[in-house]
Every structure is written in C-alpha cells, then in structure tokens.
Design a protein around this ligand. Structure first.
Ligand code: ADP
Length: 664
C-alpha cells in the first residue's frame, strides 16, 4: 500500500469530526460509500484495507461467518477469495485492476478500482463483481478493456463527487432530522438537524454507536420503553417502512419514519427521519378543542332555544321580536293567533302586512322605542285584527328595546295580552253598575215623587172635610162644592193608587183583560165627555169617520189609555190650546191620535217615555205632578191588544200620541 493511504485516518476514525458544519465536505468513508454505491460495488475498503461495506452474499461466499465484516481487515475477511484480495491490494496501490477466480464453469470476475479524494489522496478501493460464463478474453484485449474502464470510472467518480456534494448540502439543509444506521448498529450518517432535535453533541455521536446514542436520548422521551423497542426493531434488516409518534418530555412531538437503506437489492441499514410536528399537533389539538367548544356552544344554544321556544309558545301572552326595519323576526303561537295565521308565517313580514288596521298606531310606538331606547309599558289598545274581522278587540301592550351586550338596539320586543274578555266583563259590570245606580236613583226619585203626589190631594181633601165638618157642627147646610172638591181629590188619590196597582200587576204579569167588540168611536166620545167643561183654557176636538171602528178589547182598559192621553194633553199644555182626538182606519187597523199644543218632549227622551217612572226633564219644570206610570201602563195595554203606541213631538210645539189596534 502507498504511504498516503493513511493520510487522514481521523476522517475514518471520527467522520463526524469532519462535518462540524452542515456545509463541510463528506468524510472519506462517506465518499467511499457514495462512490461504491454508484458503482454498484459489492465491496469497499478504506485506504488501510479495512472493510467499509461488503455485500453479505459476498461475505458468505468468502466464508466469513463472524458477524459484520465492516471495520475488519479485508485480508482477514477475504480468506476464501484470495484472488479478490489480491485485486484489492493492487487497487490500493492506486492501480485499476481486473481479477477473477481461477476455475469452474461459472467465472466470478471483479473490476477493482482505487477511489481518490479531491486532493488526490486515495481514500480506498471498490470492487464490482460479475458472474460470467464467457470465455476468458485475450490478455491484450483485457489490458485495453481495463484502460477504457479506468477512464470511464474516473469520469463517473468526478460526476459522483459533484453529485455527492450537492446531496450533502441538501441533506444538511432539510428540516427533518435524519440518521442512517447500518445493520451493525453503527451510525453511518446524520444531519445537523438530527443533532439539534435530539440535543446530541458531536462528542455524543463520536463513537458512531447507535445503541449509545439511543441510551443518551432515552430519558428525553415520555415513553422510553416503547421508543427503544420501536428503534431496536428497526435495527433488524427489513424492507418495511415504519413510523411512529415520539413524545418528548419537553412537550415536543416528533413524527418518526424509517425506511430501509438498500444497496442493490440488499438491506444495508435503515434511514430514520424525524419531523417536529409539535406546532402541527398543537394546532390540531387546538382545532379539536375549538371544534368541541363550538359543538358544546351549539348544543347549549340549541338547548337555550328549545327552552326559549317552550316558554315562548306556552306563554299566555303574545310575544314577538321585531327588527329595526319593523319586520317580524320571531313570534309565538299567541301572536300568530292574533294575526290569524300559524307560527312562523310572520317571519320577515312587516308589522303593516300583519296588522294593517293597527299599523298606524303600532308603528310610531315601535319607532319611538327604537329611537329613544326606553320601553313603553302597559298601553291599552283597541282595534281590529285579521283574526277577528269586524270585531273590536282590546289588548294591553308593552314594547321593549332589545339590545346587544354592547348596548346596540337590535329591535323591539312586543308583549301583547288580549284583554278583550276582561274588557267586556268590565264593561258589562260598569253597565250593570250604572243601571243599578240608575234604578236606585229612579226608585229614590219615585219615592219622593210618589210621596209628594200622594200628599198633594190629601191637604185639600182634609181642608174640605174640615169645612164640611164645621158646617155640619154649626148646623149649617153642607156646601156641595166642598163635597165635590173632596171627592175630586179622592179620585186623584185613587188614580194614583190604581196606577201603582196596575204597575205591580204588569210587573207580575197579572194584568187581566175582559175583551169584547168595542167601538172606538163611541169610547172616545165617552171619554171626551168626561173632560168637557173641565178646562176653560183648552178646546177639545174630535174627528172620526162615521163608522164605529170596532176593535176586540177591554173597554175599561182602552178607556184608561184614552183618559191618560187626554189628561196628559191637557196637563202638559199649561197655557191652553186645542186638544184634538182623531180616529181613522188604516188598512186592517184603527189609528187613534191625541194632539196638543203644549210643552212638547225633548227628542232624546222620547224613546224612554213609555218606560216605568220615566218623566221628561221639562215635565217637573212645568210644575206638573205625576209618577211617570201612565204611559208605561198605556203601552202595556195597547201591546197586549196587539197594537203599537208612539209619539211625535217637538219641544214648545206640542205633542201627538198615536196608537193603532187591529180592527174587527
Ligand atoms: P205622568 O204624566 O204622571 O208623569 P205619564 O206616564 O203619563 O206620567 O207621562 C210620562 C211623561 O211623559 C210625563 O212626565 C211627561 O214628561 C211626558 N208627557 C206625557 N204626555 C205629554 C204631553 N202631552 N206633552 C208633554 N209631555 C208629555
């Protein structure tokens, strides 16, 4: 061997040392390996003749059975193939060579070439083997072939050196940490990133011992047992790619992948790459956490919505949420009922579309809430809605501003309670109360009027009776005028009492009639005859066709009606005037009218004239007594005879009372 073969033993003994920086040149051993690989060499030896790599088949063929031949002397390992050792020895002197085995049908031929570094130093030699059955070539031919082969090999080597430097730079610049371990568990290559990732110094890797390196990182992983088992499995020759996740105690997570290192078809070791996936994992974990949180939030939201929905729809009042554009966003069943539709139909539709009649009232109120941000609470409203056309309904309404957490007003919350039933009940109660109060007032009025009316005839009656007694006591002849006047007062009293009795009979439904064919013409004349001469202020007139105008009726009761009407005509014409009674046939009926020129009756009171105890407000002013029973009794008598009674009157212009009865 040449003296410079061992020129750089450090490079072999401590190849890591030669790669202090990622851009440093490959070690002699690495260069040898790279050249050998490119030549498909079955055997590589360094400049000292120590095996750098050897095809296991070749090792077997050489009779080597003592484990990995790497690092051993080629002379020792190639004991069974001395011709090959001789070829190598030749090559280690810097000469290309060709050697082959000596006998047998199949010949084993090897091309052995020296490998030089860039500085011209010989790094070692490689042998490429080939089986051949061809006849052995002539010596001269061999020599020419060897020369051609040497030129070719040099070109290849130069090309490879260039490629190698590129690969080395690439190897050191990649972000994954990479380590290559051979079958003897020796570290054949690693990059800077691998060192950084595992915190391995050059000194720690100096021995190139994979087990030692493994021991020094064992404490850094969270599950050392599993990690070591995984790595050791990879030390066994296998074609299968492997991968695993390694968690470090400092929180980092590394993704580990390993693939076999092949030489030809043979596995010569394993390439391990580590990628720091901590950030990726954290991002994934964070993403999963966010997804879970979002899922949870969505579920909470859905729960809240379900609860809200239940509350909304079982609320006894109508609830709605209206956006700033006065369009409904949400409403419950009760609100839909007011709108005359189904829940959800109002969504997106305007207040005006849903309640056109109420919109002119509602819209300004909602706008006020949106602008001022203050609620309007407990407003009573009356109106019509589509669900009950033509019907006035009543609501108690509140509008609230609905705000975001930051205070922005999103819309209006409406709470509408239908109080129609309560309102109507209250109205009915009010009406009944008013009626009761009116009845009490009427009764009180009646009591005082009745007392007054009863008392009025008693005073003159007492006076006339006292005078009669005085005349009788004195032995004088009793004056008939006192008797007549006393009797007149008695008649007046009995009329009052009879009216009261008739009223209670009518109330009890016990008024009885003795019907008979009765000529109204005759009856009117009879009644008028009673009044003739009773008033000097009035003129009494009668007008009727010649026919008798017969009706089926109670003569006395019909006379009572006529008497009451004529009496009233005289009574309510205090300044006198004509009182005219007419009777005429109208189809199948007879119509009797009593007309006067008296005080008349206010229009608005005419409808109540025939009610019990009713007296027009101008009657007492005129100073005329009365209980307000005569017309009430008259109406009952006429209606019980199948007729009708009514009045036409104008204040200060007299009155005309008409009644009709079916004619026989
Ligand atoms: P009374 O005359 O005893 O008050 P009525 O029942 O006969 O009771 O009449 C009821 C009321 O009708 C009277 O109080 C009076 O106000 C009004 N009235 C009846 N007849 C006339 C009339 N001819 N002219 C004006 N008012 C009348």
């Amino acid at each position: 061997m040449k003296g410079d073969m061992g020129a750089d033993p450090e490079a072999w003994e401590n190849p890591a040392h030669s790669r202090a920086t990622p851009t440093s040149r490959p070690s002699p051993v690495e260069l040898l390996l790279q050249v050998g690989v490119s030549l498909h060499a079955a055997l590589m030896v360094d400049s000292h003749g120590r095996i750098v790599w050897m095809d296991p088949v070749l090792a077997g063929a050489a009779g080597w059975r003592s484990g990995s031949p790497v690092g051993r002397s080629a002379a020792e390992v190639l004991g069974g193939l001395p011709w090959l050792w001789r070829g190598l020895e030749e090559a280690l002197t810097g000469t290309d060579g060709l050697c082959e085995d000596g006998g047998g049908e199949q010949r084993l031929r090897a091309v052995v070439v020296p490998v030089f570094g860039e500085d011209g130093t010989q790094l070692g030699a490689c042998a490429r083997l080939r089986m051949s059955e061809l006849p052995r070539p002539e010596a001269a031919g061999d020599s020419q072939a060897l020369c051609a082969g040497a030129v070719e090999e040099r070109r290849a080597r130069e090309h490879l050196e260039h490629q190698t430097s590129l690969l080395r730079a690439t190897f050191d610049s990649i972000t994954d940490g990479v380590i290559v371990v051979d079958l003897a568990r020796r570290i054949t290559a690693f990059n800077k990133r691998f060192q950084e990732m595992w915190g391995l110094t050059d000194a720690m890797l100096e021995d190139r011992d994979a087990e030692k390196a493994l021991a020094s990182v064992e404490s850094r992983v969270t599950a050392p047992g599993r990690f070591i088992a995984f790595i050791r499995q990879g030390f066994e020759p296998s074609f299968a790619p492997r991968s695993s996740i390694v968690e470090l105690r400092d929180g980092r997570v590394l993704e580990c992948k390993s693939i076999p290192q092949l030489l030809g078809d043979a596995v010569i070791g394993r390439i391990w790459s580590y990628r720091d996936v901590t950030a990726e994992r954290k991002a994934l974990a964070e993403q999963a956490r966010l997804l879970a949180a979002e899922h949870e939030a969505r579920e909470r939201l859905e729960e809240s919505f379900a609860v809200l929905d239940t509350f909304l729809n079982h609320a006894p009042v109508a609830l709605g949420f209206i956006g700033r554009n006065l369009r409904y966003l949400l409403g419950n069943d009760a609100l839909a009922a007011i709108h005359g539709g189904r829940r959800g139909e109002e969504s997106g539709r305007t207040v005006r579309e849903m309640t056109p009649q109420m919109a002119p009232i509602i819209e300004p109120l909602m706008r006020q809430v949106l602008e001022e941000g203050t609620p309007i609470i407990g407003l009573n409203m009356t109106g019509e809605v589509p669900s009950s056309p033509g019907e006035q309904r009543h609501w108690n309404v509140s509008y609230y501003p609905v705000r975001t957490a930051s205070g922005t007003i999103l819309g209006v919350g409406a709470v509408v309670a239908d109080i129609t039933a309560e309102y109507r009940a209250q109205s009915e109660r009010d009406r009944l109360l008013r009626e009761a109060q009116e009845a009490i007032r009427v009764r009180d009025d009646f009591m005082s009027v009745a007392a007054h009316e009863m008392k009025t005839p008693l005073t003159p009656l007492k006076l006339h009776l006292q005078m009669l007694k005085g005349q009788a006591d004195a032995g004088h002849v009793v004056a008939p005028r006192h008797v007549d006047k006393a009797l007149a007062q008695l008649t007046r009293l009995s009329v009052l009492v009879n009216d009261l009795l008739d009223t209670s009979r009518i109330q009890a439904g016990k008024m009885e009639f003795a019907r008979e064919p009765t000529s109204l013409r005759e009856l009117i004349l009879e009644v008028l005859s009673v009044f003739r001469g009773t008033s000097s202020l009035h003129s009494l007139g009668f007008e009727a066709p010649d026919e008798p105008l017969v009706v089926m009726g109670d003569r006395a009761r019909l006379a009572q009606v006529l008497t009451n009407l004529v009496e009233n005509a005289l009574k309510y014409s205090p300044t006198g005037g004509a009182v005219r009674v007419t009777a005429r046939r109208m189809g199948t009926e007879v119509c009797v009218s009593v007309k006067d020129e008296g005080i008349g009756i206010p229009k608005e009171e005419q409808a109540h004239l025939f009610e019990r105890f009713f007296r027009a407000r101008n009657a007492p002013i005129s100073g005329f007594g009365g209980l307000g029973l005569g017309l009430y009794i008259s109406r009952d008598i006429i209606e019980r005879h199948g007729g009708r009674i009514w009045v036409e009157s104008e204040v200060e212009h007299g009155s005309t009372f008409h009644f009709v009865l079916p004619c026989l």
